[in-house]
Write a protein that binds this ligand. Structure first.
Ligand SMILES: N[C@@H](CCC(=O)N[C@@H](CS)C(=O)NCC(=O)O)C(=O)O
Length: 198
């Protein structure tokens, strides 16, 4: 199966780690969203990555849906089935992804908006959102077990992206999360191989 994505993308990273856990091989097709190319928008009209092209030619997006598909196709190797554990895993995924989406918007503000059109109060709001989410994640990761599931890979891929783009926001302000991430990647080299990278 082909996965449209990039190496730095945290959501692509999450899907690639999920594929490892579920025993699937995905061919990464490097895809630049800025170009809005025919392959990308033909696969995912939203024009975002990751998008998965299945063997029958149909497509799936976004990362949460792809992870659900990988989980169901593997006989539930990724997402806990007991309701309380399912709730924890899905909550943590939403929190980690929401943190990233907020921080990513601040990056896009600089990348795509001319300097005189940037709105600092809006940027500040995104960072408050991201840091609140990181504060909550500091508590959430303490209750995670040793065996990686959806929650672990969501946190690891999102923190891995934050470390790549805004290392000081992670390592200076959320040192315990940085330690959790470093420990996780050291313990799981097969997953670390897919962490966000330049
Ligand atoms: N909710 C989506 C978010 C996907 C997303 O925002 N992807 C980023 C790259 S990591 C993207 O495609 N950005 C391009 C854009 O927003 O124009 C998911 O979980 O897959």
């Amino acid at each position: 199966m082909r996965l449209l994505g990039t190496r730095p993308s945290p959501f692509t990273s999450k899907v690639r780690m999920a594929a490892v856990i579920c025993g699937f091989e995905l061919d990464l097709v490097p895809t630049d969203t800025a170009e809005e190319g025919a392959t990308l928008v033909g696969t995912n009209p939203i024009g975002k990555i990751p998008a998965l092209v299945l063997d029958d030619g149909s497509s799936l997006y976004d990362s949460r849906v792809i992870c659900e598909w990988l989980d169901r196709s593997s006989g539930n190797l990724l997402i806990p089935q007991i309701l309380a554990e399912w709730s924890q895993a899905k909550r943590i995924e939403a929190l980690a992804d929401g943190m990233t989406e907020a921080a990513m918007l601040t990056l896009y503000e600089v990348r795509y908006r001319p300097e005189d059109k940037r709105h600092q109060p809006w940027v500040d709001k995104q960072w408050r959102r991201a840091h609140r989410s990181l504060d909550a994640l500091e508590h959430e990761v303490r209750s995670l077990g040793e065996t990686p599931n959806l929650a672990h890979i969501a946190v690891a891929s999102d923190l891995g992206w934050l470390d790549l783009r805004f290392s000081n926001e992670l390592r200076d302000r959320h040192a315990s999360l940085a330690r959790w991430m470093d420990h996780f990647f050291a313990a799981h080299p097969e997953l670390a191989a897919h962490r966000p990278a330049a």
